[in-house]
Design a protein around this ligand. Structure first.
Ligand code: SAM
Length: 215
């Protein structure tokens, strides 16, 4: 299987055809080898139009969702971005090619360790990865120019709003455990502005400022 051809086809048919227009996002999706972020047995499915299992009952998101959320962050380069829910590390890799520094948090150690290995193998050295509850953000490294949450939350976590810089964007799926709406919240000089994008379905944002702590 020629992964480069599959990746190009994915970008054309799943992203550009559905309206993804930010050339920097398109270039990042063309560049990052998504098949390295899934188990070897699943590599041939890596460019299909769907999420895939990555272990621990978690998923790598559908390519379109990764591209859309990245586009909604409105990144121009030079930003410091926080991601909640490292999972496979794929979204972090896309961000790492677009911005100055990425901070990413994953609650499952095995996923975090695997993601770290793949990111290192691709020499994406501008990613700081931490294991823990990302629903409360990463206060020691705040403020962030952009925050992306790749798990579904019941409400927008207050700590994440507090950790946005003025002008910063937060992209997050909000809803119940079965369906959510993608929201973008922008911090302004005097408050927050919220917009809605598409409907979506993500695994739960577990944690103190998410659906609660799970043992
Ligand atoms: N961004 C990932 C990727 O590119 O593969 C996909 C993320 S997957 C849909 C959601 C991830 O969020 C899971 O790996 C899950 O363990 C993680 N997660 C859920 N709640 C979390 C929390 N409070 N803190 C950190 N990670 C969390």
């Amino acid at each position: 299987m020629n992964f480069e051809i599959s990746r190009k086809r994915m970008v054309e048919t799943q992203l550009i055809a559905r309206g993804i227009a930010d050339q920097r996002v398109i270039d990042a999706m063309l560049k990052i080898p998504r098949h390295l972020f899934v188990e070897e047995a699943m590599a041939t499915n890596a460019y299909s139009d769907s999420p895939l299992p990555i272990g621990e009952k978690q998923t790598i998101s559908q390519p379109y969702m990764v591209a859309l959320m990245t586009e909604l962050l409105n990144l121009s380069g030079g930003e410091r971005v926080l991601e909640i829910g490292t999972g496979s590390g794929y979204q972090a890799a896309i961000l790492a090619t677009l911005v100055d520094r990425v901070y990413t948090i994953e609650r499952f150690r095995p996923l975090a360790l695997r993601a770290r290995r793949v990111l290192d193998s691709l020499h994406l050295l501008n990613v700081n990865l931490k294991i823990g509850d990302g629903s409360v953000g990463w206060p020691e490294e705040a403020p962030f120019d952009a925050i992306i949450v790749t798990a579904g939350a019941p409400d927008i976590p207050a700590p994440l709003l507090q950790q946005l810089s003025v002008g910063g964007r937060l992209v997050i799926p909000v809803g119940n455990q079965f369906e959510q709406v993608l929201k973008r919240v922008t911090r302004t000089a005097d408050g927050f502005q919220s917009e809605q994008s598409v409907g979506c379905r993500f695994v739960k944002l577990v944690g103190k400022a998410g659906w609660g702590i799970e043992e």
